[in-house]
Design a binder for this molecule. Structure first.
Ligand code: ADP
Ligand code: ZN
Length: 755
């Protein structure tokens, strides 16, 4: 085994100097979730397979070690657009990075060759076929290549949804770069795909790190469809000036919705496969550069869209499958900040969708089994919409994960947006008996007309105005009644038969309800009006910030981006803007305390940002250098920190405080991690700090006495400078985190003793 300067590291140990680098370069205080395990594996030179949801922060897992370790890290990526984005973003943090692809001009290529020869690059992005090309290998030869990162690694597997034959060539990496460790990253991997990635890339006993794929920052809402335009506008109004996607079923729906929204003054562009390549590119650019806020699109829109600050996704029609729903909603909140996904459900749409897909499958000559499978998936999606259980839980369980939180605080069901109808049984009985009275010969609209007592020519001609059920529900709005009927259909309490003119028919379940033997569940489609109060009015729901200043900074960001021909999100993230608007720093140090602002960004934009804040504060008569406030309504209310001046103000301080509160109660570390969403590594780091600073005095709650003694004895034998020898001495039986804690405690004890 070659020894390198990072040889002593193992998965639980990331040196403090790494965190300093992280703060200086990226302006980040912490690693999130599994990032620390992934990074530790990278630093230790272990191969790894990292499965994290979109927005989980996969790129940092190879970018940060690349910067920290030196040498050259090669990154394989399937799309030029993705590579370009990553390189831009790294350069904006002052990290020397480049990409080689077919779109480069000759002089650009030459410059990269020079930089490679001078070993100036830390990261180089390439396509899979280029990576194993002998010419390329020669080009990078003079550089030390510790690691190779394979992004979107599921592309290697034909079992995945995005198989790319060129990824198969990656099987040769091992031969071509035998010294390098290989790190594969993906957001979507079934066990089969996962296995395939390990085999295809010939990973050597890799660390396999699989995060929960739940996206806690997304709030899911499924509302009964009523007036689509009104419903879409309700969402757009809440997110004025912010990025969002509205999905429609058909191209014509896109066109008409876009037109109406445009008339009402919303900043929208259409996108669908019927537009020319040029028009599509223009729409996409407008969205990325924030000259348009909202894209109204068919599902053709989304692939290769890297805008991370999409704050909402609206589905005006149900997606075909739960997988589609997950993927399409997944485009919201990729920056990890709160975002909302609203689906407007209608049973009528579901039926239309079913017919459309069946027809196109039949026309394509698909086998019956496939059509059946499609039908089942659609029904599953409809059930997901109809069933009033936590959306996060239902999604997690659909994908085979368990979800333990009793209330996600981030879906319509848990937030109490929808109310059950109290007398659902009577309502259902009225509907069903009306269907029976008209001889089970009519569709939904007709039944609604009879029940609400409409006086139409048809009803009079058929003498249905003399039925006992005529006008029986005249107090109920038609839209509501229609939705209830579709809810009953969704539960199988009544059947809709026939293709051209679907007719309502009673079935066995209907009879049970009519005779009082079964109880259906109906929900109120009227959305509670206090919905707005369930979330903070601003994008980040864990603290309040000055909306006007945010807008001013957003304009500044857009201008800076246009000057530099970069997307605005590369200049500064929404999180950074929000923290700036809340804290209003007046100094460069103040800027550095903001999440996402490192040294390079202060150097590049510090002055203009400070000037904009100063001028705003003067005009508005508000003060500078405020601590980050925390919203009372926030999900993180319990994380309220005790921060004062801006110098010490950061999310980290809040996290630290939250961890201390939990530890003060002797809470097990796993529970602290679940509660605070911080990794074990971070919590251990804090615990060590608390022990050192004397804020916590004992460790019996977390480390059994026998283990404490074992560790201390081992440390006495092999020394305390490095953890690895102690770990080895203990036959690798005691985790690094535990060793760290015991040593920190022991050191604090001996200091107290000597004082
Ligand atoms: P993925 O590739 O997994 O979809 P990204 O790597 O694009 O996710 O990261 C998502 C967002 O989270 C980015 O805006 C990134 O800057 C941010 N991010 C990643 N790691 C951290 C961190 N440790 N602290 C703060 N922000 C982070
Ligand atoms: Zn929920």
């Amino acid at each position: 085994m070659p020894t390198t300067d990072t040889d002593f590291m193992d998965t639980a140990s990331i040196p403090d100097s790494f965190y300093s680098m992280l703060k200086e370069v990226w302006g980040f205080e912490e690693l999130r979730g599994m990032q620390s395990d992934a990074i530790a594996a990278n630093l230790a030179g272990h191969d790894s397979l990292v499965v994290m949801p979109t927005g989980g922060g996969k790129s940092l897992c190879y970018q940060a070690p690349a910067v920290f370790r030196g040498g050259l890290t090669l990154v394989v990526s399937p799309l030029i657009a993705l590579m370009k984005d990553q390189v831009d973003s790294l350069e904006s943090c002052g990290v020397p990075a480049a990409r080689i692809d077919s779109s480069l001009a000759l002089d650009e290529k030459r410059r990269i060759v020079d930089r490679l020869a001078n070993r100036q690059l830390k990261l180089l992005f390439v396509s899979p076929e280029r990576l194993v090309d002998p010419g390329f290998v020669k080009l990078v030869q003079g550089n030390t290549i510790h690691t190779i990162a394979v992004d979107e690694a599921h592309c290697v597997s034909q079992w995945g949804h995005d198989f790319r034959p060129e990824y198969r060539q990656l099987a040769q990496i091992r031969k071509v770069f035998p010294e390098a460790s290989i790190h594969a990253f993906t957001a979507t991997a079934t066990p089969k795909v996962r296995q395939d990635i390990v085999e295809q890339l010939q990973l050597r006993s890799p660390k396999v790190l699989v995060s929960s794929f739940d996206r806690p920052n997304l709030t899911y809402r499924i509302l009964p469809q009523s007036d689509i335009v009104d419903q879409v506008r309700e969402v757009l109004d809440r997110y004025r000036g912010q990025g969002g996607i509205v999905y429609c079923l058909r191209r014509t729906d896109v066109e008409s919705l876009c037109q109406i929204l445009g008339v009402h003054g919303y900043s929208v562009v259409p996108y669908h496969a019927g537009l020319s390549a040029d028009e599509r590119k223009r729409a996409q650019d407008a969205f990325i550069n924030e000259t348009a806020d909202v894209v109204v699109a068919t599902v053709a829109f989304g692939m290769g869209i890297d805008r991370p600050d999409v704050r909402f996704v609206v589905h005006t029609c149900m997606p075909k499958t739960i997988e589609h729903y997950q993927q399409e909603t997944g485009r919201a909140g990729r920056d990890g900040e709160p975002a909302e996904c609203v689906l407007l459900f209608s049973m009528g749409d579901m039926i239309a969708l079913k017919r459309m897909t069946e027809r196109s499958l039949i026309e394509a000559g698909a086998p019956e089994a496939l059509i059946e499978a499609q039908r089942t998936q659609l029904e599953e999606m409809a059930r997901y919409c109809r069933t009033p259980v936590c959306r996060h839980r239902a999604l997690a369980e659909y994908f085979g994960e368990s979800y333990t939180a009793p209330n996600c605080q981030a879906c319509d069901v848990c937030l109490g947006d929808t109310d059950s109808v109290e007398n659902a049984k009577q309502v259902a009985q009225k509907i069903l008996s009306c269907i029976s009275r008209v001889g089970e010969k009519f569709g939904v609209n007709y039944i609604v007309d009879v029940l609400t007592g409409s006086s139409t020519a048809d009803i009079e001609r058929r003498n249905h105005h003399s039925l006992s059920t005529y006008g029986l529900m005249k107090e109920t709005p038609k839209r509501q009644l229609k939705d209830w009927i579709y809810q009953l259909i969704g539960q199988g309490a009544v059947t809709l038969e026939g293709d051209q003119y679907p007719i309502l028919k009673l079935n066995a379940a209907s009879r049970e309800i009519l005779f009082g033997a079964a109880e259906p569940r109906l929900i109120q489609s009227a959305v509670k009006n206090d919905r707005r109060t369930t979330r903070s009015p601003s994008a980040m729901n864990d603290f309040e910030y000055d909306r006007k200043l945010f807008e001013a900074l957003r304009t500044l960001r857009r201008n800076l981006a246009a000057e530099r021909q970069l997307p605005p999100y590369i200049i500064l993230s929404d999180r950074s803007l929000a923290e700036l608007s809340a804290c209003r720093p007046s100094t460069r140090e103040g800027l550095l305390a903001i999440s996402g602002i490192g040294q390079a960004k202060v150097d590049a934009y510090g002055e203009v940002v400070l000037a904009a804040i100063a001028s705003y504060c003067q005009d508005a008569g508000v003060s500078f250098d405020q601590p980050l406030p925390i919203a009372a309504s926030s999900r993180e209310t319990s994380l309220r920190g005790s921060r004062s001046a801006i110098g010490g103000s950061s999310v980290a301080a809040r996290n630290r405080e939250a961890v201390r509160k939990c530890l003060d109660q002797g809470m097990p570390l796993a529970d602290v991690s679940a509660k605070t969403q911080l990794s074990n590594g971070t919590i251990t780091k804090y615990l060590a700090e608390f022990l050192e600073s004397g804020e916590i005095h004992q460790i019996d709650a977390w480390i059994p006495n026998a283990t404490q003694i074992q560790v201390l004895e081992a440390a006495n034998r092999v020394g305390r400078e490095r953890l690895k020898p102690i770990f080895e001495e203990l036959q690798q039986q005691i985790p690094y985190d535990d060793i760290r804690i015991v040593l920190a405690w022991d050191q604090a004890q001996s200091r107290v003793a000597s004082e």
